[in-house]
Design a protein around this ligand. Structure first.
Ligand code: PMP
Length: 281
């Protein structure tokens, strides 16, 4: 496989990063993940806006323009012809010796991108399990930081509990998953946590909110509690690579009857219909 690294495509085995890269030493960097259906990046501008915002928030200069990213995707595609793919973008503040928390000004960011195979979800309504856990992460979860230890620890604990994803809360207020956003449905109203500094503003989250509004479903972006979650009619999670996954059980407790609810199923159908389609040749 190949990676795009600082301006050139190289075989992955030959891609070299400095041992003094601040991404390696401090997790001083940000990332982005863009799903590509039939060669077409989905919600590309929204992903780019989030990427550019993450860079601004951590004061790393934007090293690659949107137009350039589209060229890089085409170059990567030329080396790995994948029908559907996931674009991974990784940008760190750069490399510097000796190690020093405070970065020097004008460092050259390290930029890396890969394409990997992606199987778009088939839209199974089989409900999944999640595990309730305290959110121990930092207070700027709106930045898509490559520092993911808190997310990884939660993910491993969820797996040990037989779940597909942690469901994180702070003092009883539901935040998000380790790599997903959560929604509940109560009395036909779709509810999800507000896009503040406690969650990553998921691109899928935003798209699902738009689809819901377009289809006459009432939506509320507001804090909701663990108690509301357990009393909900429906629950699901969203992410770019998993789209919408119905959640039937949280920490062993059923949500309603534990099945995929009608609003979740409707949104799953709307979502599938909104994905980029294969271009007819
Ligand atoms: N929250 C976190 C912490 C995530 O890592 C992700 C996935 N990157 C999401 C939410 C979902 O975001 P998106 O819909 O943009 O994939």
């Amino acid at each position: 496989s190949y990676v795009w690294l600082n301006g050139a495509i190289v075989p992955a085995t030959e891609a070299k990063i400095s041992a003094f890269d601040r991404g390696f030493l401090f997790a001083d960097g940000i990332y982005e993940v863009v799903p590509i259906y039939s060669g077409q990046p989905f919600l590309f501008d929204a992903h780019m806006e989030r990427l550019e915002r993450s860079l601004r928030e951590v004061e790393i200069p934007q090293p690659v323009s949107r137009a350039h990213w589209l060229e890089i995707i085409a170059q990567l595609h030329a080396h790995a012809p994948l029908e559907h793919a996931v674009l991974y973008i990784h940008i760190t503040r750069g490399a510097e010796f000796p190690r020093n928390h405070l970065p020097s000004p004008n460092l050259q960011p390290t930029v890396m991108a890969t394409l990997s195979a992606f199987t778009p979800p088939v839209g199974s309504i089989a409900p999944a399990r999640a595990t309730l856990m305290e959110d121990i992460r930092w207070l700027r979860c709106d930045i898509k930081s490559i520092s993911l230890l808190g997310n990884i620890m939660a993910k491993m604990a969820a797996q040990q509990d037989g779940s597909i994803e942690p469901l994180l809360h702070r003092a009883g207020r539901v935040t998000e998953g380790a790599s997903s956003n959560y929604f509940i449905v109560k009395d036909d109203v779709l509810i999800t946590a507000p896009a503040d500094t406690l969650i990553l503003p998921g691109i899928t989250r935003d798209w699902v909110l738009k689809l819901a509004k377009k289809n006459g479903i009432s939506v509320e972006e507001r804090p909701f509690s663990v108690a509301e979650l357990y009393a909900a009619d429906e629950c699901f999670l969203t992410s770019s690579t998993r789209e919408i996954v119905p959640i039937g059980t949280v920490s062993g407790q059923l949500i309603n009857d534990g099945q995929c609810g009608p609003i979740t199923e409707k949104l799953m159908t709307c979502f599938r219909n909104s994905r980029p389609k294969a271009v007819k040749k």
